[in-house]
Ligand binder design. Structure first.
Ligand code: C5P
Length: 238
């Protein structure tokens, strides 16, 4: 990974003008559908030097969370900070990102720095729920995994990694997670360019996605190179 100095990543020319833009992939799907696994497999297969994975989980609002707090409602997320952050990253700038703690339901004191990249993968249950965010996405992928599989995975994960008990997980699932999936998440599947059934095990889908990203990066490189040549040509004294 390249650490950019003085806020000027390589895609700003000597006049400070932007000469490149990151390719942003939006990855949406229900809780425990395998979004992160799909993202990791894409990153692995892409094999390009600078890729950043941005998770919506980092942008949960800090609320005094009670047992009855609905983490599966759009109001639970700080969409303003999210679109501001993604826009900056897309421009190749580095950003500070909150670090969310699922056991305390709050943000940690230290925010982490994320540097600009050629490809950004943005994943989350409501990745397609906000107009401003949608405009920043160059490719939209929906991971469609059966709800029974998602529930089993979620039980295991929340108990092992997020300090929950079985009763609590089932209660939260029935009260918030399942209705929210039906009301807010599943309907956004129609906004996707590609739907990946089953998730991370679907290597055909992952290969197709990676092929598309590679061809988009090539095309963009060509476009930016032509623009740079044209501006260099204009700058030539007669
Ligand atoms: O990783 P995943 O996409 O599953 O994360 C989203 C889920 O995290 C939501 O369905 C929400 O119910 C859950 N969540 C939670 N406790 C929090 C914040 C989010 O259980 N404090």
């Amino acid at each position: 990974r390249t650490i950019y100095t003085a806020g000027r990543p390589p895609w700003y020319n000597e006049h400070g003008a932007q000469s490149k833009e990151a390719f942003v992939i939006g990855l949406c799907g229900g809780s425990a559908s395998g979004k992160t696994t799909v993202a990791r497999k894409i990153i692995e297969a892409l094999d390009v030097p600078w890729v950043v994975l941005l998770s919506m989980d980092s942008f949960y609002k800090t609320m005094a969370a009670s047992n009855d707090y609905n983490f599966d409602h759009p109001d639970a997320f700080d969409f303003d900070l999210l679109s501001h952050t993604l826009r900056k990253l897309k421009q190749g700038k580095s950003v500070k990102i909150p670090v969310y703690d699922f056991t305390t339901h709050g943000r940690q004191k230290e925010w982490k720095t994320v540097y600009g990249a050629s490809v950004i993968i943005f994943e989350g249950i409501m990745a397609f729920a906000d107009k401003k965010l949608l405009q920043l996405l160059d490719m939209k992928i929906f991971v469609d995994t059966d709800s029974d599989i998602r529930l089993v995975r979620r039980l295991r994960r929340d108990i092992t990694d997020r300090g929950r008990d079985i009763e609590g997980v089932i209660k939260q699932y029935n009260k918030f997670v399942k209705p929210a999936f039906e009301q807010y998440i599943e309907p956004t599947m129609r906004l996707a360019d590609i739907v990946v059934p089953r998730g991370g095990g679907n290597m055909v889908a992952i290969d197709l996605i990676v092929q598309h990203v590679h061809s988009q990066l090539e095309e963009r490189k060509l476009r930016w190179d032509i623009a740079a040549l044209a501006s260099a040509h204009q700058a030539q004294p007669l």
